[in-house]
Design a protein around this ligand. Sequence first.
Ligand SMILES: *Cc1c(COP(=O)(O)O)cnc(C)c1O
Length: 426
Amino acid sequence: MLYQRSSALFDEAQRYIPGGVNSPVRAFKSVGGIPVFMKSAQGAYLTDEDNREYVDFINSWGPAILGHTHPMVLEAIQEQAASGFSFGAPTALENDIAKLITSVVPNTDKIRMVSSGTEACMSAIRLARGYTGKDKFIKFEGCYHGHSDSFLIKAGSGAATFGDPNSPGVTKATAQDTLLARYNDADQVKDLFRQYPNQIAAVIIEPIAGNMGCVLPEGQFLQQLRKICDEHQALLILDEVMTGFRLSIGGAQEALGINADIVTFGKVIGGGLPVGAFAACDKIMNCLSPLGSVYQAGTLSGNPLAMRAGLTTLQLIQRDKEFFNRINKTTEILHREISTILSRKGIQHCINRFGSMMSLFFNIDKVSNFQEATQADHGLFNRFFHHLLAEGIYLPPSGYETWFISDAIKEKEIDKTLEAIRKFQV
Ligand SMILES: *Cc1c(COP(=O)(O)O)cnc(C)c1O
């Protein structure tokens, strides 16, 4: 049996951990079957508990952009570990990573490190509210900004409206301050500002959406949001937890020519260790305690091991002038070749891609918002997923997720992937 130990471990996990996992998507609920338990990772490959190898297209949901267990990052973590794991006091390392990030990311003078993307986005909203003195904010259907209460809100039947809590435990009062709009629909955002004059602190968005599958902003959508925010003295928060240090060294702001008021980070900036961050200009960041009155803190924020892993990862990316060209090119080849193979098989599909993020939707021509993402053929995606898993290719276990291409994926891994797709039968 292929997944013997995974199966036994999953049985055990379910006795001690809700659903057997510490983050829901890992449970394979969307695609069905038993989640594969991994025991090691190196370069482009994951190895499971039954000693099967997989070409990894998740890469820890982004952080392993250099490939897994990069030797220089490993060395940095080992060296740091010998000097201590956590001090609860400032370190020179925190200055180094703050200097690096604020020097390459536009519109950022200061940055605060946290331990997850969730914390980063939650703190960014608090900061925007504190700065503007307004309570409400706008998010887009299908965008994910972590699991803090005010983000777990879905739209009522497509229309922009007061959100209903998406999860028990989120109060109606909290949900009321989260306004929803359709991705790629700037008119809806305008309407919300008209409907709630002087009440909206911020608009938060994934500049390339990655949590409804990969969905791209169309035309001047982001620029229109910038303009609307300026007209209403609201802040534009770009959630670059996925896109930061993935689309370009300056993130989506640089890649898409858009200016943010607050930027949030996670994933890549920790190089595989738990790190998040949020950054903005002095005027906004100076509102944070201990300088200002907006409270924000963290026992393990700026943790030295995490800072070393993150800093080393970012330095490797920064020094390699061909880095983004290379991963983008790999992704472009995958996009083109996968599309050719599927078309020859007569399988209708659409691939959304930007840089090294992509996703594949079946039986649909175009996906530009959440509603369209739901109309794709997810049953077919699930069969595709299991076919590839059995062939040793590890895709995100849901048609609503993005594939993250790492720098360790080379010709050999591309060939193996395409060969596996050629064997797929509907
Ligand atoms: C992953 C993600 C988050 C949440 O980050 P965590 O580290 O999982 O808390 C927030 N925003 C976006 C865009 C993400 O992709």
